[in-house]
Design a protein around this ligand. Structure first.
Ligand SMILES: Cc1ncc(COP(=O)(O)O)c(C=O)c1O
Length: 394
């Protein structure tokens, strides 16, 4: 009777880890260093909050324009032009969504039942939610050991496939795909007419002078990019994002989906979004503060984990706020699949450290763990590293 697809949607392991940590804290009083969530440890900047109150006070409290208010669409066009060097976008190419997640859901829905390719590891929510919800058949293409791309493997798997899910900067590895990598991927996709769903949630969180390169900068129409305000402006709770595509047919379908799904994002939220991306001075002030802090955290966590013998570290991640090291060395060979999956996770939990076990991110990552430094300060990171060291030496 009920929709079978819903049965297969799983609870987020990231949320489950958080619940486990809360329960243990309540029961035993143990404190935890929290490396598990992608939440922002910053408050939304005041200039954005003020813009929302102003919009409410001016009476913008009615049903919103579905698909997005023209003021936000125009502000987005300017941002795409100035920051992303994506040219020639018109309001018709944009759909405003409830965060990046609704954007992804709408796009995946368009490809319901199809074969989809993704590099692996892949963000856990894709696996536990979108894939079962839209009955997709996901093919995981593993990165090489240094998170580089095996193009031959990609090409072999793209035949008879409709969509490639591409995420840069990447969750969980922190990899930022280079311009050259994106160009090669787009060129391979165009050979087979494969659509690209480009998830650019972390576009502004990059380090070492690296700038995010969007596939939409290239001349290929079958690209649908998903953006969000969540990570750039510490607006995770506002639920504001947008989809951009030059593909006319997809654009029409997305708008239709938007009407039927949610009747649009509240106008006052959209107006806060206009201010967020248009007030360049305040935006750059905030991003400077955010990136300076994350830069130090990244370095501290990376160096801390690297100082522990036996952990195989990837190259230093250049984007997002995650590090994804390999703990194979510490996992006894005689364990069952199920036991080995949670072995390190358990050890760390027992020592007061919460991270996310690698199997949530696909079938090639069971010996890895994801550490997020988005909500942990330097002192907590240092304490966390000490605890990990002790846990592994026990
Ligand atoms: C890779 C990736 N894409 C998209 C999102 C969507 O974020 P939101 O729905 O808050 O915009 C997230 C959030 O954690 C993410 O990690």
């Amino acid at each position: 009777m009920f929709n079978q697809a819903l049965k297969n949607v799983r609870l987020s392991p990231i949320v489950l880890v958080s619940e486990e940590v809360n329960r243990i804290s309540e029961e035993t009083g143990r404190d935890f260093i929290l490396f598990q969530r992608g939440e922002m440890g910053f408050q939304t900047p005041k200039y954005i909050v003020d813009a929302m109150f102003e919009a409410i006070n001016q009476g913008n409290t009615k049903y919103p324009v579905s698909g997005g208010h023209i003021k936000l669409k125009n502000a987005v066009i300017n941002k795409l032009n100035d920051f992303n060097s994506i040219k020639g976008i018109t309001p018709d190419n944009i759909v405003v969504t409830h965060g990046g997640q609704e954007g992804l859901q709408l796009v995946f829905k368009l490809f319901e039942g199809n074969k989809v390719v993704s590099f692996s590891p892949v963000w856990s929510v894709i696996l536990e939610n979108y894939v079962p919800f839209t009955n997709l058949k996901l093919i995981e293409i593993p990165f090489e050991n240094d998170f580089s791309i095996n193009y031959q493997l990609l090409e072999e798997n793209l035949k008879n496939v409709s969509l490639l899910y591409l995420n840069t900067p990447h969750n969980p590895t922190g990899k930022v795909f280079s311009e050259e990598e994106i160009k090669t991927i787009v060129s391979i996709c165009s050979k087979y007419g494969v659509y690209i769903l480009s998830d650019e949630a972390y576009e502004r969180i990059t380090f070492d002078g690296i700038k995010h390169f969007s596939p939409m900068q290239l001349d290929y129409d079958r690209i649908i990019s998903v953006f969000t305000f969540s990570k750039t402006y510490a607006m995770t709770g506002w639920r504001l994002g947008y989809i951009v595509t030059r593909d006319k047919e997809i654009g029409r379908m997305l708008r239709l989906a938007e009407y039927t799904q949610t009747a649009g994002v509240p106008t006052f939220t959209q107006f806060a979004g206009v201010e967020a991306i248009s007030n360049k001075e305040k935006e750059s002030e905030f991003l400077k503060e955010l990136l300076t802090e994350y830069e130090i955290r990244r370095k501290t966590l990376y160096e801390g984990l690297s100082s522990i013998d036996g952990i195989k570290m990837p190259v230093q991640p250049q984007g997002a706020f995650y590090i994804f090291p390999d703990f194979s060395e510490f996992i006894p060979k005689n364990l069952t699949e199920e036991e080995s999956k949670l072995f390190i996770h358990r050890k760390l939990i027992d020592s007061g450290v919460a991270a996310v076990y690698g199997s949530c991110f696909g079938k090639y990552s069971k010996n890895f763990l994801r550490f997020s430094y988005s909500t942990t300060n330097i002192k907590q990171i240092l304490t966390g590293v000490e605890r990990i060291k002790e846990a592994l030496n026990k």
